[in-house]
Design a protein around this ligand. Structure first.
Ligand SMILES: [Zn+2]
Length: 303
């Protein structure tokens, strides 16, 4: 198993008090190192995503907007939630580059499982817009790129972040080869594109206060039959850990063992249909200790 990460991710700065802060990633990596997990895995620095791969998922006007918004110094808001500092676009290009490299690695058979320890996250970024802390939709960019691989006819993206993966749905909705399953607190941010009814989009809303048992039952009810029908050749994971009971942003009640369970569910699906190939990337998760423990459970179950 390989973990992609890069020091540039810590140079993406946001306003003081913002939950999506550099300490999230440094805390996770320090925790993995302290418990000895990083010794067991290969740590690799990705290259930036090639520009033409971005443009298969995002519009030229979105890329132009990000380029034009990049500040010379300090930080600027793109909306009240989403900020850019001088290194933010570079960090986002390296985050997408990690998922893209992970995809290439598992499809070439060098690894079966990859985790991308990245920021900024990506799943709220739509074709034409940054939002919800996200600039580029790393997982959608890599999923579309995977379809160019000779071995890949169908792809699945499984998103268990507490927020709906509206950006991933927006970008992938017209790609029937890509199945997108998203579980999320509802009603809740971002309240966009979360009630589409079409074969490749599976929305799993969860009421505020839902526990792990409700989450697990909903995943088995909604995701399993869709995955059995789709038979993906590679599985991507938008791994957000903000449905954790300790998370300050939302109001679900998952614990580390629920993340271990859903990861084991994903690995079992990948083993059945996708030669075990899973590329997981970090999305949300804003309580530092809960995030570090949940990522650990996820990585242990991936490995
Ligand atoms: Zn989230």
């Amino acid at each position: 198993m390989r973990i992609y990460t890069h020091p540039e991710y810590l140079n993406h700065h946001v306003m003081d008090g913002h939950p999506e802060r550099p300490e999230r990633l440094s805390h996770v990596m320090n925790h993995l190192s302290q418990i000895g997990l990083t010794q067991d895995f290969e740590l690799v620095q990705p290259q930036p995503i090639p520009p033409e791969r971005i443009l298969a998922a995002h519009s030229q006007s979105h890329v132009d907007f990000l380029t034009a918004s990049k500040p010379e110094d300090g930080i600027v808001p793109l909306d009240p939630d989403t900020w850019m500092s001088p290194a933010s676009l570079s960090a986002a290009e390296l985050a997408a580059g990690a998922v893209f490299a992970g995809m290439d690695t598992v499809l070439n058979g060098a690894q079966r499982r990859v985790f991308c320890a990245v920021r900024p996250p990506g799943h709220h970024a739509e074709r034409d817009s940054a939002m919800g802390f996200c600039l580029l939709n790393s997982v959608a960019i890599a999923a579309i790129a995977a379809l160019d691989h000779a071995d890949v006819e169908r792809v699945a993206i499984l998103d268990f972040d507490v927020h709906h993966g509206n950006g991933t749905v927006d970008i992938c909705r017209n790609h029937p080869q890509i199945l997108v399953c998203s579980s999320f607190q509802s009603p809740y941010y971002p309240n966009r594109l979360d009630n589409l009814v079409q074969p490749n989009i599976v929305n799993t809303p969860l009421a505020a206060g839902s526990s792990g048992s409700t989450f697990r039952a909903a995943v088995e009810r909604d995701w399993l039959p869709a995955l059995e029908a789709h038979q993906p050749d590679i599985v991507f994971v938008s791994a957000g850990f903000d449905a954790h009971v300790d998370d300050p942003l939302a109001d679900l009640r998952l614990v580390e063992e629920d993340y271990r369970w859903v990861t084991q569910f994903i690995v079992a699906v990948a083993n059945q249909y996708a030669q075990g190939r899973v590329v997981s990337t970090l999305e949300g998760g804003y309580d530092l200790d809960a995030l570090a423990r949940s990522v650990t459970a996820h990585i242990e179950a991936l490995a």
